[in-house]
Ligand binder design. Sequence first.
Ligand SMILES: [Zn+2]
Ligand SMILES: [Zn+2]
Length: 75
Amino acid sequence: MSDVSNSAGSTDSTGSTGSALHCTSCGRPSSECAGCGRELDPPRFCATCGTRLAVRVSPAGYIGRCKHHGEVARS
Ligand SMILES: [Zn+2]
Ligand SMILES: [Zn+2]
């Protein structure tokens, strides 16, 4: 796995795509919580299903992995 794809990911998470159904900080439905974490904080819950993510933090950033959706967050 030496595929170094430069994922610049220029999609700002302004939440206008409507894909975030859950708060990524507490896992509650977005109807109950519009996001209680700060932007720089790594997500802890899957925005799609609200399952707790396995977050791996490294000096280069973080990778949040949902057991249902796979890698859902990266920085
Ligand atoms: Zn929240
Ligand atoms: Zn998920």
